[in-house]
Design a protein around this ligand. Structure first.
Ligand code: GLC
Length: 446
């Protein structure tokens, strides 16, 4: 990137880029255990014991998807991705291919359909998480992540498991999900692991991992695109090409991720507490400041944030998550302009930023947003930017910020942009200065 234009046309006019902020929901039988969604793995529970403990006790009597959708809308979230099935194999929907599903529990109904409807009714795009891994299905070969990984008999029984049967179950369920629930905007398939080799028809190697050869990912992806032509698909089917979204989890890359020199569409998924599934004794929740900063950091590198809530088994968002969503929503109500439809600032406008300042840029309006996690006592000064800015204001209240009219305490410096800020830091989670850029501004290289 050498100039001030947004260079990759693939990402313009794109709902996903404009949305920037989504809700991830992890909800399943593990919510009853209240110690995260991998509890079956950690506690080495076989499918029978796990189902015996939780299946008949799944009774989310307070579940009201309208409330969830309201909370997401008020948080400023523009899309949702919900775990239709996680690794435990339990299905929130009425699958014709298994009895291990919500309608056969005390819940007695399909829990997915009303959720998707509630979110759509608020203009929120809908996505499905589908676990490629399945610790319930008898034909899913026991491997390193499987709850029975140390069980000799279970490992020996791999020889009798019919992998083709599992694979057609997987494809069949994805087909079901993409044909029975209207338009689905995003598929988050999860995940591939182990060596990227073809394990062959009945290789023992499959116990080390599963990959695109095992899932028949190319075929799966082709089916997905045929059934839902507009869908966006994540990168966890193990394919090298053909997917749409790169999905690092619980960590933000240092810079906009690239592939073969081209910036990719990407999304960080992250949690408010430690885990994805509900956890009663959570070792630590992120603060509103941390979460808002995370969102800014991601958008400043051209990505999206998919922020997770793990509802309780009764069907509610836990109080801390609800509070955090409301806090983020409160900030976004006034600062959404620096997030939605925004992306990384052009190179010439991002290099010289002082510490504690992150920039986003709206290519449509050509406005630049400076997010200040540190508040200077007098002014914000940026070398080399003097002739770039026509007007500036604080975003939360549209109050003018004087441009290049330095207070007498710190005189002008040649070439430096000088934004005189109020001494008192505005009482918002992260203050933002909105810069109206000079239309014919000279390009400055970083
Ligand atoms: C991982 C985990 C999982 C979680 C997911 C979210 O793959 O297995 O529990 O659902 O990441 O990105």
């Amino acid at each position: 990137m050498t100039d001030d234009r947004y260079t990759d046309d693939r990402y313009t006019d794109d709902w996903y880029r404009d949305a920037r902020f989504g809700l991830f929901i992890h909800w399943g039988l593990y919510s009853l255990g209240a110690r995260e969604e991998w509890l079956q793995h950690y506690e080495r529970l076989d499918a029978g014991a796990y189902a015996a403990r939780y299946f008949d006790r799944w009774d989310p009597d307070l579940y009201d998807p309208e409330r969830w959708a309201d909370a997401a809308a008020a948080a400023g979230m523009r899309y949702v991705v919900v775990t239709a099935k996680h690794h435990e194999g339990f299905c929130l929907w009425d699958s014709a291919l298994t009895d291990f599903s919500a309608p056969n529990t005390p819940a007695g109904r399909d829990l997915l359909a009303p959720m998707l409807e509630a979110f759509r009714a608020r203009g929120i795009r809908t996505g499905l998480y589908y676990s490629l891994i399945d610790w319930h299905h008898p034909d899913f070969m026991v491997d390193v992540f499987h709850p029975l990984r140390d069980d000799r008999d279970a490992l020996a029984a791999n020889a009798e498991r019919n992998w083709d049967a599992y694979r057609s179950y997987l494809h069949g369920q994805v087909r079901e999900l993409l044909t029975s629930y209207g338009r689905i905007d995003l598929l988050f398939a999860d995940f591939s692991y182990g060596r990227d080799v073809d394990h062959g028809p009945d290789s023992f190697d499959r116990l080390r991992g599963k990959n695109r050869f095992d899932w028949h990912s190319e075929e799966l992806l082709a089916m997905v695109r045929e059934l839902q032509p507009g869908i966006l698909v994540n990168d966890r089917m193990g394919l090298r090409n053909g997917y749409d979204i790169t999905t690092p989890e619980q960590s933000v890359p240092g810079a906009w991720p690239e592939r073969d020199g081209v910036r990719v569409r990407w999304e960080v998924c992250d949690t408010i507490g430690r885990g994805w599934g509900h956890r009663r004794e959570d070792p630590g929740y992120k603060t509103a400041l941390q979460l808002v900063t995370l969102l800014i950091d991601v958008v400043a590198k051209g990505g999206n944030l998919l922020l997770n809530v793990g509802p309780t088994a009764r069907g509610e968002f836990d109080p801390v998550s609800s509070t955090r969503l409301a806090e983020i929503g409160g900030w976004l109500r006034r600062h959404g302009r620096s997030i939605y439809g925004c992306t990384q600032a052009p190179d010439g406008l991002s290099g010289a930023l002082p510490p504690g300042v992150r920039a986003t840029w709206n290519p449509e309006s050509d406005r630049l947003y400076l997010h200040l996690t540190e508040w200077p006592p007098h002014a914000l000064r940026i070398a080399g930017w003097q002739r770039k800015v026509a007007y500036a204001q604080l975003l939360h209240d549209a109050s003018e910020v004087a441009v290049n009219e330095p207070a007498f305490v710190d005189g002008p410096v040649e070439g430096e942009l000088h934004l005189r800020l109020p001494v008192e830091r505005p009482d918002v989670v992260v203050p933002v200065v909105e810069l109206f850029l000079e239309p014919g501004r000279p390009a400055v290289r970083s």
